[in-house]
Design a protein around this ligand. Sequence first.
Ligand SMILES: [Zn+2]
Length: 318
Amino acid sequence: MSLYPWQEKAWGRLNHDNAKLHHAYLFIGALGSGLEEFANTLAMSLICSNLTSTKQSCGICQDCQWALTEHPNLKIINNSVEEGASKNISIESIRNLKRFLELSSHKIGGNKVILINNAESLTLNAANSLLKMLEEPPENSYLILTTDNISSLLPTIVSRCAIVSSPKPTHEEAKSFLKMEGHENLSSQLPLFNNLPMDVIIHQENSDLFKTIISEFEKGKDLELMSIQPKWLSGDFPMIIGLFQKWLYDIFLFKMTSNFHFFESKKDNIKKLSDAADISKLLKLVKSANKIKLISNKPINKDITFDTLMVEYRNVFK
Ligand SMILES: [Zn+2]
């Protein structure tokens, strides 16, 4: 796998000729920016026996071929995150890694590489066990961690790792990536997903849903509760509330600064709504929406909650 265009400079810095290899790395950044792929590039470069001129894995040597299925010197732990609730990485997984490091390399001089994604989901016991491994790393062993939430890691783990910031694409880079991938039509969604093109692609099936919902928000005080369809709320409710928060944010931002952040393409309507909005009611609604966002993944009555928000929304406008 090759790097994303916005990662090339950072890769050069990480892997320049005189760069000293560390025993442990912590890659931090946003998931939809290619964080795990970036860390994986380092892991594979430590496994490959025939590096390219940019020191990336070749993809064709025997080691690279093995790594496609299972390489005896490479262990990757991916915990899948489902519906916002992360599965924890247990102490048993870390004990297995310890045994893996204790067994000698399958060939003389080969590196042993461990890649742990979503390191924030290590249980406390697992994290402590990992810490011991970090204190006495065996020769030629490399531990690579990734996280999009460094504050939830034990500080003692963080302090033993070389920190690598995984870069985010600029708006232009994100746009040209979408174009390259044949998703130019999704470019207007980038601001809604923090400019992260992979997130836009993952959520593309929501693109039409978003458009429908936004067209209802655009009606302001004329929004009809009858138009709210059950299917809007039956899917990813936190995402729908998040969309509403962003919509309110732009109305508020325009009132204060005459600027937009998320919905440039809807500026005429946002301007109209912003002019008609009562600022104190708008602020109160922003607070209500924030409160609902916090509990939006809990078992609440979504219909009543959303209807109540929409009634409050309608009342914001003169
Ligand atoms: Zn190779």
